[in-house]
Design a protein around this ligand. Structure first.
Ligand code: PGA
Length: 266
């Protein structure tokens, strides 16, 4: 079993193309009230749409909840109408950025090499990548083979110190936006394989540091079973990440399962 004593649990809310500025601020108000002191027990990252980043950054400033973006454009220079670069995200107050989401891979034809360029663009300005990786819908049941092929190009030219700063979400395409998440066996195998691969490529210290979580149709009802897995350091949510009460409950379950709740509450 992994020694996770020095790994802080992790939670992500990806709001996708939803949430106006006023809805975002209302979420933060309700979420904070529901969460109480648990905000210190888990690294919680809220990923609003670009239009709400500034407002959410202002309201989160100085507090424990972190701000993340949902994507970035790695192209050099400024002549990229409609795109947002890593320096602009750092400027607005993002600490983290989601990279490699299946919805972007599908819509923009994004490849593993494209995601790798984005990882380096983020790291260059001190933004911490949250890498999403998993099997496509057509690759279901072949996680080991798919991850073996996909992880090397995704992590190309990353150094161990950089990998230790990242978080990885095991999120198969077929688990997004459906009724139930992947089975605990599948989640344990996927997250476990990713950590094993990182250990093999970057050493035990890096593998011990990197947070590896699961995402895909996470709900409070399913969270407990997923969080019982030692391979999982936390959870990411789309739909339930937009509901402040449900997401606060997911964070509470993460803190409880990963052993941080008691010491923070005490
Ligand atoms: P979902 O979205 O929780 O609504 O399934 C997950 C995701 O796309 O990251």
């Amino acid at each position: 079993m992994e020694d996770r004593s020095d790994r802080k649990p992790f939670a992500i809310a990806n709001w996708k193309m939803a949430m106006t500025i006023s809805e975002s601020l209302a979420f933060v108000r309700k979420f904070r009230a529901a969460l109480g002191d648990l905000a210190h027990a888990v690294d919680v990252v809220l990923c609003p749409p670009y239009t709400a980043l500034y407002a959410v950054a202002q309201t989160l400033a100085g507090g424990p909840i972190k701000l993340g973006a949902q994507n970035l454009c790695a192209a050099p220079g400024e002549a990229h109408t409609g795109e947002i670069s890593a320096p602009l995200l750092a400027d607005v107050g993002c600490e983290w950025v989601l990279l490699g989401h299946w919805e972007i891979r599908r819509r923009a034809g994004e490849t593993d090499a494209d995601v790798n360029h984005k990882i380096h663009a983020a790291l260059r300005v001190g933004l911490r990548p949250i890498l999403l990786v998993g099997e496509a819908a057509t690759e279901r049941g072949r996680a080991r083979e798919v991850l073996t092929a996909r992880l090397p190009p995704l992590f190309a030219d990353c150094e161990s110190g950089q990998v230790a700063q990242m978080a990885v979400v095991y999120e198969p395409e077929w688990t997004i936006g459906v009724q139930e998440p992947a089975s605990p066996e599948c989640v344990a195998a996927g997250c476990g394989f990713i950590r094993q691969w990182i250990r093999q490529e970057y050493g035990a210290e890096t593998a011990r540091a990197v947070r590896i979580i699961y995402g895909g149709s996470v709900t409070p009802g399913y969270a407990k079973g997923l969080l019982a897995l030692p391979e999982v350091d936390g959870l990411g949510a789309g739909r339930k990440g937009r509901d402040p009460i449900a997401f606060a409950e997911i964070v509470r379950l993460i803190a409880t399962a990963k052993g941080r709740a008691r010491q923070i509450i005490a």
